[in-house]
Design a protein around this ligand. Structure first.
Ligand SMILES: [Zn+2]
Ligand SMILES: [Zn+2]
Length: 348
């Protein structure tokens, strides 16, 4: 089969021929139809310090995918929707099942998480094998491109739904695909005002068409001015930090109401200072978010997308580029250039 692989330690990837992965007794084998390129994949391609410290080549990369089950392991329980022919997305975090959090049902905070396409062979290939308990069976009606990005939609859902949003003023910092999806979810969930910030006009325009009240370029406009334009008096009630940029976090803290709550998903490159006296005197709650709750997040995003045409089209609008898998190099170049939303590879 074809497999986009980190062949040796160092920059670059190669599309190579590999034997098809073997389906273990508790696994399923999936024929990949579509796969989404994530920031993680760019780090792996570029081979930064994180990648060098994390990945042992050779490794097939890729963790956002949609496809069809072609084989089910002999010990997988029967009588469920996990069957040959089912269309599925996959949870890329494989948990241990025996640590404290796993045993308590908090699998998203497992201390032994293994990542598909990072620590074991991934989904940028004709076939991927994963535990049967990690697949999310999709309705046959779902758009395969949308099915391929359930991992980042899940990040956005997990972050956006940390706190009730009905009637609240919500500030989203970072208009990448996950930030835009989170803004669309905040709108769907009943927020009063939804404001998104970035420094890329391209991405802000994308956010505008996904239904935010204001898309603010913080290179030229302060969030305070955006508040004034919306007639806001006291500051944002909820912050969704999707950029990992220290300046965005500072601007967010400066525009929150007392008692505000912030869910932080954007990964910063390095440690950075924070105005802790403001956090303390304003009694602000900051919460780190990683991955998706298994499988409550999956349930919620599926339900929201199934019932809202408006949300579905807002989420689909972040997919801006599609390439056949053999043109993966162009796809990665587009994703790295930044003038894009989500980039999807077609493996069918
Ligand atoms: Zn990802
Ligand atoms: Zn665990």
């Amino acid at each position: 089969m074809r497999a986009l692989t980190k062949v040796t330690a160092g920059p670059g990837l190669e599309l190579v021929e590999r034997p098809e992965p073997r389906c273990g007794p508790l696994d399923v084998k999936v024929r990949v139809m579509r796969a989404g390129i994530c920031g993680t994949d760019l780090h792996l391609e570029q081979w930064d310090d994180w990648a060098a410290a994390t990945v042992v080549p050779p490794m097939v990369i890729g963790h956002e995918f949609y496809g069809e089950i072609v084989e089910v392991g002999e010990d997988v329980p029967t009588g469920t929707a996990v069957q040959v022919g089912a269309r599925v997305s996959g949870e890329g975090h494989i948990v241990c099942g025996h640590c404290r959090n796993c045993r308590a049902g908090r699998r998203h905070v497992c201390i032994n998480t293994v990542g598909i396409g990072v620590n074991r062979d991934g989904a940028f290939a004709d076939y991927v094998v994963l535990p049967a308990s990690n697949v999310w069976v999709q309705p046959d009606t779902i758009d395969p491109d949308l099915g391929a990005i359930f991992d980042p939609i899940g990040n956005a859902t997990h972050t956006a739904l940390q706190w009730p949003l009905v009637g609240e003023d919500v500030l989203v910092t970072g208009a990448g695909p996950i930030g835009i999806i989170a803004a669309a979810i905040a709108r769907h969930a009943g927020a009063k005002h939804v404001v998104i910030t970035d420094v890329s006009d391209y991405r802000l325009a994308l956010a505008g068409s996904a239904g935010v009240d204001l898309a603010v370029n913080v290179a030229t406009t302060r969030v305070k001015d955006a508040q004034r334009r919306l007639g806001m008096r006291e500051g944002f009630d909820i912050g969704l930090e999707m950029s990992g940029a220290p300046t965005a976090v500072a601007e967010m803290l400066a525009n929150l109401n007392h008692g505000a709550k912030v869910a932080m998903l954007g990964l910063p490159k390095d440690p950075y200072p924070i105005d802790w006296s403001r956090v303390i005197t304003h009694m602000i709650t900051l919460k780190g978010i990683y991955g998706r709750e298994m499988f409550e997040t999956w349930y919620l995003m599926s339900s929201m997308l199934a019932t809202s045409e408006k949300l579905r089209s807002a989420v689909a609008s972040v997919i801006t580029h599609r390439y056949p898998a053999d043109r993966w190099a162009e796809a990665f170049a587009a994703a790295e250039a930044g003038e894009c939303g989500k980039v999807v590879l077609d493996w069918s």
